[in-house]
Write a protein that binds this ligand. Structure first.
Ligand SMILES: C[S@@+](CC[C@H](N)C(=O)[O-])C[C@H]1O[C@@H](n2cnc3c(N)ncnc32)[C@H](O)[C@@H]1O
Length: 426
């Protein structure tokens, strides 16, 4: 790609154009970038490039002759190439990423003409210019900044300038969306954390999160762009998910945790039933047999092991925490427990449907950990079915590590469970 920028101020621009990525690409011969002095093409002794406007008015207008001679000069060197003469103008079509793509794809030689003063003689535009491009609906002193912007945006799309096409195909405006948010080290900065998913190492989940963020932030930041965007089937699914996310309950009042009483049994049993149905709908073979039912919850309440989280006076989540050694955890395969001291075991965790995604589940685990510490144990263990993705995600998010596999009493369905542990204090 060859780009000639015709200007009255070539020196300042040359320095900038030959820096960094574009400069390196030019040195490697992928780009040829020149800034050409229009004044060198005047035919008067004073090297005058402008004159008063016919009809009166403010300022001066650039004369057609030096501009045309300058254009002819640069075009003479690119016979046979695909060429385009572009006048940078506030009256032109607004420059976009789409236009940058087309210019990079369809032409080998771009001539960018920078006006100054009140602009250029209209007859030059009529005779020599293929297209007018504007940087936006505002007026600059000269076309130089606009030409630099066009040259930069076009050049980075020329094959070989960036190390990989993926460097620009994922960026804002490539497919009508804005790019997802970016983070770098450190993980925690001034109390703000890098989103957990980006640290998970699960590339499929990261890609999904990023695409959702692209949709979300385009809709929020640039609604007019979003209105023109045509989502495919996969994007439509993500948009439906975003709708569901938006409907999720936001916790604005304090959540309290207390031991469950026999009066809570009905509410606890309801939460457990909801969780069973949820797992069934998602084809997870956990809690689909005899366990758990109301009697399990009643026994835990009687033993003082069942707790409820209340929000706005309502039971909204429940869990059981036992410090008795768990028989099923005596044998663990494919790994081992991290702690060998006393531990607490989490059982019967359930969050009311309308609180899913609200942070209630995370509070539930935090409450369980506080209780465990208060009971003098420094590790919490839990198990879940390998297909119970929400529970696994919750445990991981809250710092629990996968430790191996355990077996639970399960006469009909798969008895294997993934075992997790969090050491609270070493
Ligand atoms: C002060 S402006 C002239 C504006 C002109 N009198 C008008 O009202 O349309 C001088 C030069 O700056 C450049 N320029 C100003 N605003 C621009 C924009 N938004 N995009 C591209 N070039 C611009 C053009 O090359 C123009 O000839």
């Amino acid at each position: 790609m060859k780009i000639d920028i015709l200007t009255l101020f070539p020196d300042n621009m040359n320095a900038m154009l030959h820096e960094s990525i574009l400069g390196r690409a030019a040195r490697r011969g992928i780009l040829e970038l020149n800034c050409v002095q229009i004044r060198d093409f005047t035919e008067n002794r004073q090297r005058q490039v402008d004159d008063y406007p016919y009809g009166g008015g403010w300022g001066c207008v650039m004369m057609a002759q030096p501009l045309k001679s300058c254009v002819d000069h640069v075009l003479a060197a690119s016979e046979g190439l695909r060429r385009r003469v572009i006048y940078m103008s506030p009256q032109g079509r607004t420059f976009t990423q789409q236009r940058a793509r087309e210019l990079a794809r369809d032409f080998d030689h771009l001539v960018l003409v920078c006006g100054h003063y009140e602009g250029v003689d209209e007859r030059f535009i009529e005779q020599c210019v293929d297209e007018e491009l504007s940087l936006g609906d505002f007026v600059l002193t000269g076309g130089e900044l606009a030409a630099m912007a066009v040259a930069d945006a076009v050049c980075r799309l020329v094959p070989g300038v960036l190390s990989d096409a993926a460097c620009y195909t994922g960026e804002s405006h490539w497919d009508g969306l804005l790019e997802y948010p970016q983070y770098t080290r450190p993980e925690s900065w001034e109390g703000r954390e890098v989103p957990e998913v980006l640290r998970s190492g699960n590339q499929a989940e990261i890609d999904r999160w990023r695409r959702k963020q692209m949709l979300l932030r385009t809709r929020e930041k640039r609604p007019e762009l979003f209105a023109r965007f045509e989502p495919d089937e996969a994007d439509q699914k993500l948009l439906a998910e975003l709708e569901r996310d938006a409907r999720r309950m936001h916790l604005t009042e304090p959540v309290t945790c207390r031991p469950a009483t026999p009066e809570d049994l009905e509410a606890v049993a309801l939460l457990i039933r909801q969780a069973r149905n949820y797992l069934k709908r998602h084809r997870v073979d956990q809690w689909q047999g005899a366990y758990p039912d109301g009697t399990d919850a009643a026994a835990r309440i009687a033993a003082g092991e069942c707790y409820v989280l209340c929000y706005a006076g309502r039971v909204s989540a429940t869990f059981c925490l036992s410090t008795a050694p768990e028989e099923n955890y005596a044998v663990i395969t494919d790994g081992k427990w991290r702690s060998d001291g006393p531990y607490a075991t989490l059982h019967l965790c359930a969050v009311e449907a309308q609180f899913r995604g609200s942070g209630m589940a995370d509070r539930m685990l935090r409450s369980a950990e506080e209780l465990a510490l208060a009971k003098g144990v420094a590790a919490v263990r839990a198990d879940t079915h390998r297909h119970n993705e929400p529970m696994k995600a919750l445990l991981r998010r809250c710092g629990y590590q996968f430790r191996g596999h355990v077996l639970v009493e399960e006469p009909i369905f798969d008895p294997r469970r993934q075992a997790f542990e969090k050491v609270l204090r070493t």
